[in-house]
Design a protein around this ligand. Structure first.
Ligand code: G4P
Ligand code: MN
Length: 207
């Protein structure tokens, strides 16, 4: 039960979610100035929301490998330790690719994480060409934390393309993705030197 006057409790929909047996919004029973609990909660939330999705490679890699890898690129290569940015990295595709709403993200993770996830979310109702053009147009106006997540997202996806061609993609489509990514990245630059050098490397190898 919610405490009197407090926010209503959020219970996961057990018919559609694999559960660990507890409510999603249960706060940790201790204070956590490190922010680690926010990151762990985001990892758990993303894993459950993406649980039935696969990457487009021939092996059918679990989709969650991608957001987990984006978060790891940020810590291991970008040297990012900001919990809000790392939580958003785990969550960055939940609204675009699952039934998760942006309001739910705000309710569970707060307004700062919401802003980053929102800026990482393409409107899938728009035509693909329009979505892709909007990413190029909007990149320079994104906040610094969003730029970090987007740089790591592109780095993961470009390395993934180098590793394995998605099912149904031909060489031309792969090249187009590299060319388009280069344009998006141009608008994200001046944010993190290590990530930008790594992106230049993968792009130069493939264009
Ligand atoms: N390289 C690669 N990408 C895969 C694979 N499986 C799924 N994806 C996802 O596909 C998206 C890129 O493919 P597109 O065809 O351009 O995207 P679309 O689905 O939005 O039209 C990325 O989405 P995104 O993360 O939202 O990024 P964005 O490219 O849309 O910005 C990426 O995460 C895979 O095996 N390899
Ligand atoms: Mn992504």
């Amino acid at each position: 039960m919610a405490e009197k006057g407090g926010p209503p409790p959020y219970y996961p929909d057990l018919s559609t979610e694999q559960t660990h047996g507890g409510p999603v919004s249960k706060p940790p029973p201790y204070s956590d100035p490190s922010g680690i609990s926010l990151i762990v909660k985001a990892a758990d939330f993303a894993a459950r929301r993406h649980r039935s999705q696969k990457r487009k490679d021939h092996r059918g890699t679990p989709y969650i490998n991608h957001p987990a890898g984006v978060a790891y690129i940020l810590t291991s290569e970008g040297r990012v330790t900001d919990p809000v940015t790392l939580a958003a990295a785990y969550l960055h595709d939940t609204v675009e690719d699952t039934k998760t709403t942006i309001e739910e993200i705000e309710h569970e993770f707060g307004p700062e994480v919401r802003k980053i996830v929102e800026e990482c979310t393409d409107d899938k109702k728009l035509h693909r060409d329009v979505r892709k053009a909007l990413q190029i147009e909007r990149a320079p106006g994104n906040c610094a934390q969003t730029k970090l997540v987007k740089l790591a997202d592109k780095l993961y996806n470009l390395r993934d393309l180098e590793r394995a061609t998605p099912v149904g993609w031909d060489k031309r489509r792969v090249k187009e993705y590299f060319k388009w990514s280069k344009e998006v990245i141009a608008g994200l630059k001046g944010t993190n030197e290590e990530l930008e050098i790594a992106l230049d490397d993968v792009i130069n190898r493939n264009l």
